[in-house]
Ligand binder design. Sequence first.
Ligand code: UD1
Ligand code: MG
Length: 448
Amino acid sequence: MTTAPVLSLILAAGKGTRMCSQLPKPMHRLAHRSMLGHVMATVQKAGHTEIAVIIGPHMELLRDEAYTHSAECRVYIQPKQLGTADAVLSAREALAKHTGDIFILFADTPLLRSETLQKISATLDQGANIVVVGFETQDPTGYGRLLTDTQGNLKAIREHNEASELERKIRICNSGVMAFRCCDIIKMLNKIKNNNTKREFYLTDIVEIAHNDNLQSRVVICDEEELLGINNRAQLASAELKFQKQIRLEVMNNGVTLVDPSSVWFAYDTKLGQDVTIEPNVFFGSGVTIADGVYIRANSYIEGAIIGSCASVGPFTRLRPGAKLGSHSNIGNFVEAKNVDIGEKVKANHLSYLGDGTIGSESNIGAGTIFCNYDGFHKHRTQIGKESFIGSNTSLVAPVKLGKGVIIGSGSVITKNVPDGTLALERSSQIHKKGWATRFRTMMLRKK
Ligand code: UD1
Ligand code: MG
């Protein structure tokens, strides 16, 4: 075992042409996190403290994305995409000063699990100098093949284009994930030539070079699904589905009821308490935390929200970033809430916009209540004290503050602060004209 820090090198300089995108491929998202973010989180979870990301020229977005996942990571630019060995050498500086294990991963393999990285470390602990993660597949076309000897030692990796007919029959393939211990990786990389069909410097050639130097290479076999590489949007969609299936299973195993698991889409960071129930067609953006006993009804979209215990949400509710729901609150159909602190046992059951403000506990928000938070230039806050009652179809023109136990008459446009315990009405008084309707109807019927 080694206690030296582990360096993970993530290759992300490829153009990703088949995505047909303005974005660098590893920026594309899976469950609301970029592929690069997934790979970086996986290496961090495995305890790798040093991360280097190799990007291509003009990939500032990807560089910034790397820094958002680890402010300490190092980013290197590979000026020309001359192959995976050249990509690794772009981080020569990091490799030269590193004394611990070195892992190499691809940024387009987002389903890779930290457990696999731990398996690699265990194999290094058993004495291997190089570990390559392989997988078995029915259709190995395009992949590098793992050539092993009778003791299971890896002798070489043969890229598809360079492989003989016999070698192409091998169905154990290179995933791209590799690790190195106690070897002079720079010296070996410098020996790699590009005399192959693609005129690229293949990282995979390093195995044969190591073998000739009497270094030992071993293979760790993993599930093909985990090593799915994303090259186009169809593969991205199928990776998304696989990832969602994993999360759905995980949350159900932790005590969440999904009425129709296939129609609930989680973010990578959705946090769910026990005995939460989620009806069909619910979508989560990132940053959602849900406490125990919450009931989410069908067709709701929830992002950046914190939901207190036993609250009820939906159907057809939209919770946007900064929505905070107190325990036992009820936020019903066609209610949109954003950046608002909603107290315990508050009811806002129908058709409201609650944006930028606070609502005290046990207040009742009538149907059609609107927080008019925007004056065309700035956002303002609406504050409602506890145990207040807001009549239906009320506009609360922010900034405005309503005290405790206030009642607002239906249809009011409230522009002034309302003190505690006050009834506020803002509408013209109702007039009655006795018998007018009957006379009118009689006259019209005669004319018809
Ligand atoms: C590579 C492996 C192959 C393996 C397959 C698994 C090599 C030579 N081949 O082939 O054995 O079976 O992955 O999917 O390594 N990249 C750079 N700079 C470059 C070239 C590539 O950063 O100059 C990055 C890409 O962004 C990508 C990764 O390296 O993340 C793999 O490159 P790619 O061109 O997809 O390699 P494959 O031909 O798929
Ligand atoms: Mg590839």
